[in-house]
Design a protein around this ligand. Structure first.
Ligand SMILES: Cc1cc2nc3c(=O)[nH]c(=O)nc-3n(C[C@H](O)[C@H](O)[C@H](O)COP(=O)(O)OP(=O)(O)OC[C@H]3O[C@@H](n4cnc5c(N)ncnc54)[C@H](O)[C@@H]3O)c2cc1C
Length: 283
């Protein structure tokens, strides 16, 4: 995590109150929206921050700690006592024996039953600051479970604040249309905001998912180059990047093209960083 800052090593507990698969059954990816009720109300997380889930350890280790972004930091339904995570069930092929193994923490979380308790530390990282002015632009670029803090941010500005006058743009990539989190047949949470006059979402998928061809998030940005650049250059726009990891070089390349040169892009990004308007959680 590029801007990690752990505020506490103290452990907290939370109880699972809901677990919903948010990718359709015919998607090869299992991603779940998990809602927890916290035991200790003094711990508060904000959009852009993670918690460190202390999954039960293996091979004599007490814990297997892994970071997860908070998808809903402060669910109103329980007076702020709930928070949500968006977790992809991870597995991997062992290089040595070619066997498929389940990732420890993600499978532990995805297999939890309602009423089960987890331990966690945090919050970790800097919150995604909400611009002070409602006329400011909000430009979000992300991939996969990186959608979690964007969902929290979009809900915050349209539901808690009631409206947003600046442009709100979401560039979101997933391997296939089925894997578009919170925007598919299983869960349409984010689709409801397309009726907001200031909100637009641009989706990108991989042209050849079977061959692991990269998701064309760069192309989506390039198709809207004029608006993207205008937003990046505006004095009050905030830019948010989340979960893009491997896609970062392609996004960087697209931005150099959109800016016209490497220097112009670096300068624009530096200005955003210096003003505290560039927010990034990449993993
Ligand atoms: C800042 C940050 C935020 C994150 N937010 C999210 C989020 O919101 N949602 C989400 O789903 N994930 C998120 N992640 C990823 C998450 O933290 C975990 O890394 C992920 O879930 C996999 O953890 P795991 O315990 O399931 O897998 P692990 O068991 O840790 O395995 C992970 C990898 O380790 C390697 N490995 C492990 N054991 C072996 C072995 N015996 N032999 C060979 N290789 C091995 C493999 O490459 C495997 O792919 C985030 C990560 C970061 C850094």
């Amino acid at each position: 995590m590029s801007t990690a800052q752990e505020s506490a090593t103290q452990l907290y507990s939370a109880t699972l109150v809901r677990s919903q698969r948010i990718t359709p059954p015919d998607s090869s990816e299992e991603v779940r929206h998990l809602v927890f009720q916290r035991g200790d109300l003094s711990i508060q997380c904000q959009a852009g921050q993670c918690i460190r889930v202390m999954a039960p350890g293996q091979h004599g280790n007490k814990h297997h700690p892994r970071l997860y972004l908070v998808a809903d930091p402060d669910s109103d339904s329980a007076g702020g006592a709930e928070f949500a995570l968006c977790v992809r069930r991870h597995d991997y092929i062992d290089d040595f024996n070619g066997e498929r193994y389940p990732g420890v923490a993600s499978n532990y979380l995805c297999d939890l039953k309602v009423g089960d308790r987890i331990e966690f530390a945090g919050p970790v990282g800097y919150p995604f600051a909400v611009p002070a002015s409602r006329q400011a632009g909000i430009l979000m670029i992300g991939m996969g479970t990186g959608i979690a803090p964007f969902r929290a941010l979009i809900r915050h500005i349209y539901e808690k604040l009631g409206s947003w006058e600046g442009k709100v743009r979401l560039y979101y990539g997933a391997r296939t249309g089925l894997d578009m989190l919170y925007m598919n047949d299983e869960n349409k949470d984010l689709a409801q905001y397309v009726y907001q006059p200031t909100f637009k979402a641009f989706q990108a998928i991989s042209p050849r998912p079977v061959f692991d061809a990269p998701v064309e998030l760069d192309k989506a940005l390039e198709r809207n180059a004029a608006e993207v650049w205008e937003m990046m250059r505006a004095p009050d726009t905030h830019v948010y990047l989340a979960g893009v990891g491997a896609l970062q070089p392609r996004i960087e390349q697209a931005m150099i093209g959109i800016a016209g040169s490497l220097d112009a892009w670096r300068q624009a990004r530096e200005t955003l960083r210096q003003d505290g308007r560039w927010h990034e959680v990449v993993y």
